[in-house]
Design a protein around this ligand. Sequence first.
Ligand code: LLP
Length: 426
Amino acid sequence: IANELVSNNGHLVIGGVDSIELTKKYGTPLYVFDVSEIRSQIRKFKSAFENNDLKYQISYASKAFAIKAIYQVMKQESVHIDVVSGGELYTALQAGFPSSKISFHGNNKTFEELVMAVKNHVGVIIIDNFYEIELLSRILKTDHEKINVMLRLTPGISAHTHKYDQTGQTDSKFGFDVGSGQADKAMKQVLDDPNMHLKGIHAHIGSQIFGTQGFTMLADKMVELAKHFQREFNYWPEVINLGGGFGISYTKDDDPISADEFIGKIANELKKACDNVPEVWIEPGRSIVAPAGYTLYTIGSRKDIPEKISYLSVDGGMGDNIRPALYQAKYEAVVANKMDQPLTQTVHIAGKYCESGDILIDQQRVPDTNPGDILAVLDTGAYGYSMAMNYNRNPRAAVVFVENGQDKLVVKRETYQDLTSLDLDY
Ligand code: LLP
């Protein structure tokens, strides 16, 4: 991997810190985030909007990685965030993140979650369905509160990505269908509610999307819808929210879109299609945090099978990264203490969980390895820690932030005592 930094003694360097020193200090498996990469990705999005002279807002989709420290980084970078649960909202508030910059998403927000969002005056609630309109309307009336809302629309565009990662097609659990009159009905109900201020319209077509076509189609569709709402309801959105889903490159085969190219194209479409261009919001999750994340593992056992690819096992796996097992997601890895050694063989990188499907990387080129060597899987910053679990009662890994040669523990490693802390005797 050409662009990973290497020290004189052949060690992978992350954010100016020797990765092997990190494993000595904090143990493995260990998630490491290079915070400067997170900041630089946010700045790329910002400058793309600024270069194209669009009013904008970047709202980090925090489901990708939701811990106090990342909310604090987002606060420092003055961006907005999306949350999708009371738990994410709670974490963001605990981190001191300003509630006015929080958008609350979800296809089945509970009564309690909506009450929590209203009481904390979140910036906007992105309404997904009729039941939610009813619940929210009742809460606002009883609590004498007003709130900003957006409507999540299902634009009928399917993105080319894994089917679990598609959300914009008509047959989706999310949002109001625009083809069947649902969206009009929702629009009317919200506009008629004196306690809701309809700030704009939202759509999200999927995740890990390549190419700009899906997004330009979406921008067109949103303008078409805005014009329809203007004719029907004399309503013009202040904000068009185009969701997230910008693909990143996990392997050499992935060809991600640049923020400049994609935002440039959207700006063109919008300026062509309307005079009064609304503010454009995007909700990137993966593209902000994935490339900044590394997972460090200790290599343990090896199984060689005649005429087959050998299995090289590490001390983590599907519990810290479910994506290969769940989506056949591809990753690349390096042996972090042997960056200067020739790659001599291809192996399967296996996890330690009791599942045949717990294979982190199907085929990876590696140098000659020994137990105790450190494997670094790259680009694991999104949907790794946030989807982590305790299968086989493995404690969840620690998280360390590095920046400018400094390292800081931001999530402690779970202990065996933590694992039983909620269990009760019977
Ligand atoms: N906005 C909305 C409304 C979303 O539903 C999502 C992702 C995003 C933004 C952020 O998408 P991103 O920029 O991160 O692609 N666990 C899956 C991804 C699920 C994405 C769900 N929604 C994975 O690991 O691939």
